[in-house]
Design a protein around this ligand. Structure first.
Ligand code: HEC
Ligand code: HEC
Length: 325
C-alpha cells in the first residue's frame, strides 16, 4: 500500500508553508450548466455498505481502487515512470474538473479522435497506461485490467448510460490567454507556486523511495503522447487543481504560462514515434497541434531523441488499429 503516513508528513510540512496563502485563496471552480447531469460518485465506504454487491465483486473493485491509487506496484511491468493514476485524477478518480474517470464507463464504446477508432473502456484505460504512465497496459481481460474496469464502473453507479452532457467532466477549459503563453513568465510562476512540491528541477520528490510529489518532466513523467502534454489540457488541469488544495489561485494567464513552461521540457518519446519528431507531429497533428512536440523552443526541437525513459521498448502492442471493413 501507499505509505499514507509519509505522504501525510511531507504533505503537512508543505501545506504549513503555504497555509497562510491558502487561507486567503478561495477555492474557485467553474459552475455547472443547468441542463448537465451532475454525478456523485460512490466511495469505498458506500461499497462496504452495499449488501447487494457480491463479496467477490467487492474484492475485485477494491483491487482496482488499490491499483488506481498506487499504480507503482505495477512498475517495471506496466508502468515505467513515477506516476500513479491518482496523480492526475484527484479525489480517487471521483473529483469534478480532475477528469473523473467514471464517464468512460457510461460513454464507451465510442469513437475517439485520438486513435481514429471506436474504443472500449479497457482501451481507454490502456491509453493512459501507454502515454501517461509511459508504460504497457495490462492485457485486455487480465485480472488487473478487470479490477480497474470494475473500479471505474463502480464509480459510475446510478449514472445514465450514453449521457454525454456531464457536469465537471475532464479538466474544464481556461479562456484563451490575452498574451501568447511565455516560457520566462511560466518559469517564474513555476518557481513561485510549484517548485516547493514538484522540485525546482520539476523532478518531483521521493521520501524513502516512495513518490510523494510526482515529477512534471523528465524520465519519470508522462510522455510526449500523453493528454497532459497538450498545453491547453495542462492549463485547465493546473487552473482547477493546482497548487494542490488551492484551485483557482492562478490567473488564466498564469495557468497558460506555467503549462507552456512545463510542456516545453523534455520527456520520454511519444510511443507513436516514426522517423522524426517533426514527421510524427505532422502525422498526429490533430493531437500535436496542441503540444510543443516537434517544434523548436529555446533553440532545440522538442522530442527529437530516442529516450523512452525507463521503458525498454517504444510502442506497446496495444496501440493497434482495428478495422471492420
Ligand atoms: C499524467 C496524467 C495522467 C495520469 C497519470 C493518468 N491519466 Fe487518465 N487522463 C489524463 C488526461 C489528460 C485525460 C483526458 C482528460 C480530458 O481532457 O478529457 C485522462 C482521461 C482518462 C479517462 C477518461 C475519462 C473520461 O471522461 O472519459 C480514464 C478512464 C482515465 N484517464 C483512466 C486513467 C487510469 C486508469 C490511469 C492509471 C493507469 C490514468 N488515467 C492515469 C491524464 C492522466
Ligand atoms: C502542496 C504541494 C503542491 C503544489 C504547491 C503543487 N502541486 Fe502539483 N501535485 C501535487 C501532488 C501531491 C500531485 C499528485 C496528486 C495526488 O496524487 O493526489 C500533483 C499533481 C500535479 C500534476 C499531475 C501529475 C504530474 O506529475 O504530471 C501536475 C501537472 C501538477 N501537479 C502541476 C503543478 C503546477 C503547475 C503547480 C504550480 C502552479 C503545482 N502542481 C503545485 C502537489 C503540489
Amino acid at each position: 500500500m501507499y505509505s499514507r503516513i509519509l505522504m501525510t508528513t511531507a504533505f503537512s510540512l508543505i501545506m504549513a508553508h503555504s497555509a497562510q496563502a491558502a487561507d486567503k485563496v478561495p477555492v474557485k471552480l467553474p459552475d455547472f450548466e443547468p441542463e448537465q447531469y451532475v454525478h456523485t460518485a460512490p466511495t469505498l465506504a458506500d461499497l462496504d455498505a452495499d449488501e447487494s454487491i457480491h463479496p467477490e465483486l467487492r474484492k475485485v473493485i477494491k483491487r482496482g481502487y488499490d491499483l488506481f491509487m498506487n499504480t507503482q506496484q505495477l512498475r517495471g511491468e506496466n508502468v515505467f515512470n513515477d506516476m500513479s493514476c491518482r496523480n492526475c485524477h484527484l479525489g480517487e478518480g471521483r473529483q469534478h474538473w480532475s477528469a473523473p474517470i467514471w464517464p468512460a464507463a457510461t460513454t464507451l464504446p465510442d469513437y475517439r479522435d485520438k486513435n481514429w477508432q471506436v474504443n472500449s473502456l479497457e482501451e481507454r484505460i490502456a491509453g493512459c497506461f501507454s502515454y501517461s504512465m509511459n508504460g504497457k497496459p495490462p492485457a485486455y481481460g487480465s485480472d488487473n485490467m478487470l479490477a480497474l474496469v470494475a473500479y471505474h464502473q463502480w464509480l459510475a453507479r446510478g449514472a445514465p448510460v450514453y449521457e454525454k452532457n456531464i457536469a465537471g467532466r475532464g479538466f474544464g477549459k481556461v479562456a484563451d490567454p490575452a498574451q501568447t503563453p511565455d516560457y520566462q513568465r511560466g518559469k517564474k510562476v513555476f518557481q513561485e507556486n510549484c517548485a516547493i512540491c514538484h522540485g525546482a528541477d520539476g523532478q518531483g520528490q521521493r521520501v524513502n523511495g516512495v513518490v510523494q510529489f510526482p515529477p512534471l518532466w523528465g524520465d519519470g513523467a508522462y510522455n510526449w503522447g500523453a493528454g497532459m502534454a497538450r498545453v491547453d489540457t495542462a492549463a485547465a488541469f493546473i487552473k482547477h487543481n493546482m497548487p494542490l488544495g488551492q484551485p483557482g489561485k492562478l490567473s488564466d494567464q498564469e495557468a497558460w504560462d506555467v503549462a507552456y513552461y512545463i510542456n516545453a521540457q523534455e520527456r520520454p518519446q511519444d510511443p507513436r514515434f516514426e522517423k522524426s519528431a517533426a514527421y510524427t507531429r505532422e502525422k498526429y497533428l490533430n493531437f500535436h497541434r496542441r503540444t510543443l512536440y516537434g517544434t523548436e523552443v529555446n533553440g532545440r526541437v522538442l522530442g527529437e531523441h530516442n529516450n523512452t525513459g525507463a521503458k525498454p521498448f517504444l510502442k506497446p502492442e496495444a496501440l493497434r488499429s482495428r478495422t471492420f471493413d
